[in-house]
Design a binder for this molecule. Structure first.
Ligand SMILES: *Cc1c(COP(=O)(O)O)cnc(C)c1O
Length: 371
C-alpha cells in the first residue's frame, strides 16, 4: 500500500506540487534503460508531449534530455545556428537573459533587443531588426517570463519571424500545459519545457519539440556542445527510440504518469483550474493592499510578482518562514532588482488551496504587526 505523503503547496514557480500517484510512479523494480519496456514508455511520453501542443508527428519531433529546463535553451541555441548566421534574442526578463548568456558562452553571434522586464517587446523593432540583419536565422523569445509573470506575444513575434523566413524558437518552460499552445497556429518552430513545471512531474527531464525538417537540416551545423547537441539526440531517438546517455529512468516514469493524469483531467479543465486558482490569488493579494510589478493585461495568469509592503514592519523572511511552517512554499529568491516576491499557481493546486494559503498569509501579516 502506498502511504499518503504530506502535501506541501508549492507557490514557487517550479518545481510544482505533484500528486501522490506521480510520486509513487517512481517506485518500480530496477530496470535497465535499454530494455524494451522502458523504450515503450519513452515512445508514449514523446507522443503525449506532442499532443499537448497539438503537434503533428509527421512534422514535429519531441526530443528528451536529462537535465533541467535550461539545458534545452542551451541545446536549441548551440545546435540550430549555422555558420555565418546569427540569432535574434528578444530579451525582457531573466530567462531570455539566460539565452543571451548561452550565446555568449558559445560565441554564437546574436542581436539582442532588450526591454525593461515589466514591458512587452516592440513588434515594430522586431521587424526592423529582421530587416536590418538579413543573416538572422533564428528568432528567440520567452513565452511566460517566470521572473515577473509577463506573457509575451509569441504568435505575433512568430508571424514576423516567418514573414522573413526565419525559424522561431520559444522558451515555453513555464507555460507548456498551463496555457493553451497550438504549435502551428502560434507560429512556433521549436519550443522547450521541463518536467517539473506545467506537466506536474519531477525535475530532471526536459524536452524540445521542434520541426523535424529543421533538426535534420542542422546535422552539419557547427557543433558547440557534445551532450546537448539536438541533432545527435534526435538521431538516437530516430534510430533506437532512446536517449543517447543514461536517462533518469524513474523520473521518466513519473512524467509518464503525470501525462496520463493531464489527459484524464483534460487540458481544458487544467487551464481552467490554473485560471481559477490565479483569480483567487490575485483578488486576495490585491484586497490586502499589495501592488503588482506587471500590469494585469500583460500578466500570464499564472504568476504574480508582488512588491513588498511599504511598511517597516513588513519582513519577507518572516512571511516566508511562517508560510513554510504551515506547508506553503513561497519562493525566497529574487531575480529582478525591485523588492518583490513571487507567487504562482503551477502544479496540482486548486482554488481551495489558494483560499487556505490566503488565510495563512493574513495570519503572517497580522503577526508582523504585533511585533
Ligand atoms: C524554469 C524555467 C527555465 C528552466 O530553469 P531550470 O532551473 O533550468 O529548470 C527556463 N525558462 C523558464 C521560462 C523557466 O520558467
Amino acid at each position: 500500500m502506498n502511504k499518503k505523503i504530506k502535501r506541501n503547496i508549492l507557490l514557487n514557480p517550479g518545481p510544482a506540487t505533484t500528486s501522490d500517484s506521480v510520486k509513487y510512479a517512481q517506485v518500480i523494480p530496477d530496470i535497465c534503460h535499454r530494455e524494451s519496456d522502458f523504450v515503450e514508455v519513452l515512445a508514449k511520453v514523446r507522443k503525449d508531449l506532442l499532443k499537448i501542443v497539438n503537434a503533428d508527428e509527421n512534422y514535429y519531433s519531441s526530443v528528451l534530455f536529462s537535465g533541467s529546463g535550461t539545458l534545452c535553451i542551451d541545446s536549441v541555441l548551440s545546435s540550430l545556428i549555422n555558420k555565418n548566421e546569427i540569432a535574434l534574442i528578444i530579451n525582457n526578463g531573466n530567462y531570455s537573459n539566460r539565452a543571451v548568456h548561452v550565446c555568449q558562452y558559445y560565441n554564437i553571434p546574436y542581436v539582442e533587443l532588450k526591454y525593461p522586464d515589466n514591458l512587452l517587446p516592440s513588434l515594430l523593432e522586431v521587424e526592423e531588426a529582421l530587416i536590418d540583419n538579413p543573416n538572422i536565422s533564428l528568432v528567440y523569445a520567452t513565452h511566460h517570463e517566470t521572473g515577473t509573470g509577463i506573457l509575451n506575444p509569441i504568435k505575433e513575434i512568430g508571424r514576423l519571424a516567418h514573414k522573413y523566413g526565419k525559424i522561431f524558437a520559444v522558451d515555453t518552460t513555464s507555460s507548456f500545459a498551463m496555457i493553451p499552445i497550438d504549435i502551428k497556429e502560434d507560429n512556433i518552430d521549436f519550443l522547450m519545457s521541463s518536467g517539473q513545471k506545467g506537466v506536474m512531474a519531477m525535475a530532471g527531464i526536459s524536452f524540445i519539440i521542434g520541426k523535424t525538417e529543421e533538426i535534420e537540416k542542422s546535422e552539419f551545423y557547427p557543433k558547440r556542445s557534445y551532450y546537448c547537441n539536438l541533432f545527435r539526440q534526435y538521431d538516437f531517438f530516430k534510430k533506437k527510440g532512446q536517449l543517447h546517455f543514461t536517462p533518469p529512468i524513474q523520473i521518466i516514469y513519473a512524467l509518464n504518469q503525470a501525462l496520463d493524469e493531464i489527459f484524464e483531467e483534460t487540458l481544458e479543465k487544467k487551464y481552467q483550474r490554473h485560471k481559477q486558482a490565479f483569480d483567487e490569488l490575485y483578488k486576495g493579494v490585491k484586497e490586502l493592499g499589495f501592488k503588482f510589478y506587471v500590469d494585469k493585461p500583460i500578466n500570464s495568469g499564472l504568476l504574480l510578482s508582488i512588491y513588498y509592503q511599504d511598511d517597516k514592519k513588513f519582513s519577507f523572511e518572516k512571511l516566508y518562514d511562517y508560510c513554510y511552517k504551515k506547508g506553503f512554499i513561497i519562493y525566497p529568491e529574487k531575480v529582478i532588482k525591485a523588492d518583490t516576491f513571487r507567487l504562482s499557481v503551477f502544479g496540482t493546486i486548486t482554488k481551495e488551496d489558494i483560499k487556505d494559503f490566503l488565510e495563512v498569509f493574513k495570519e503572517a501579516l497580522a503577526l508582523m504587526q504585533k511585533k
